[in-house]
Design a protein around this ligand. Sequence first.
Ligand code: HEC
Ligand code: HEC
Length: 287
Amino acid sequence: MAKQNKPQHAPDTGHEWDGIRELTNPPPRWWMITFHASWIWCVVYFILYPSIPLVHEATKGILGWTQIKELKEAVAENDKVKAPYLQKVAAMDGQALLADAGLRSFAESSAKAIFGDNCAACHGAGGEGAPGLFPSLADDDWLYGGDINTIIESITDGRRGDMPAHEGMVDEADIEKLADFVIASAEGKGTPEGLALFNDTGCAGCHGENAAGGAINELGSGASNLTDGIWRFGGSRDEVLRTIRYGVNQEGVANTRIAIMPAFGGKLSPEAIKMLAVKVHEFGGGK
Ligand code: HEC
Ligand code: HEC
């Protein structure tokens, strides 16, 4: 250092401006080492990894490394860790899975991503649903049933509520009376006359003699419980009238309600569906 810092002894380039000479001192040693190490590292990297962009793709590098490959390896590693659990899930029915605390929490956490990818668009990230469009899965009120096997069935085969349009089938005056009865029933104030009309006009065939429908009946329709104050499509008079007049999923009826749960049987594995069912079951508080 000391030697190089003596300008009078250092060789110069012969250039001088206003008394300032341009010296030819080599850069410090540490700097040279870093410099050479850097370019050597670059060349080695270029040889090992994909790097130089050519016309269609970059040079591949002799290690054959790609981001996709790295991701696939990570996924395979993850699958390997999960495999024994999944095997157990595959061998169990829904009830047994619920009863096994360890596997149940594995199922719930695995189902989180599956739910996000396949279900949340309609039912919401927390299963809260969308009023009038998609039912809440989180409120312990079930159209088809909240036991684990019924949930598995809902997911595997899909669901399609079916309520006929009553406009033209039932007198307009009776339709109005039925709407009043349904709204009153939701508050536990349905009158006996209303209930009689409800039975006479065939509503009870699906919704049950006391309008407390709920579970699947012989028509497989999943008719709503009309006495619990939980509205699937909306509880204002206009909304109730619309449901009664135009029904649910009626082809060719302009204002009918659309309520179609797609079938996931062909799309998701039976294990994935079982794990989803555990998650949905937990949403609803379990039953
Ligand atoms: C395209 C929208 C849509 C998607 C996606 C969807 N659902 Fe549904 N789901 C519905 C509708 C609509 C219903 C109500 C069907 C009816 O009213 O007959 C329903 C009903 C259900 C039911 C029955 C609820 C009850 O009260 O008995 C369950 C359980 C369910 N869905 C779970 C899921 C799961 C789990 C997924 C993801 C794998 C999923 N759904 C994806 C629209 C959807
Ligand atoms: C063939 C079976 C069937 C008959 C008959 C039927 N319903 Fe329904 N109803 C359903 C189903 C199924 C649903 C729920 C649809 C869904 O959520 O997918 C429903 C839903 C409703 C709803 C909406 C409830 C809510 O939470 O928003 C009302 C109101 C209703 N029905 C009233 C009636 C009345 C009044 C009658 C008689 C005039 C009647 N229904 C006859 C099957 C039927």
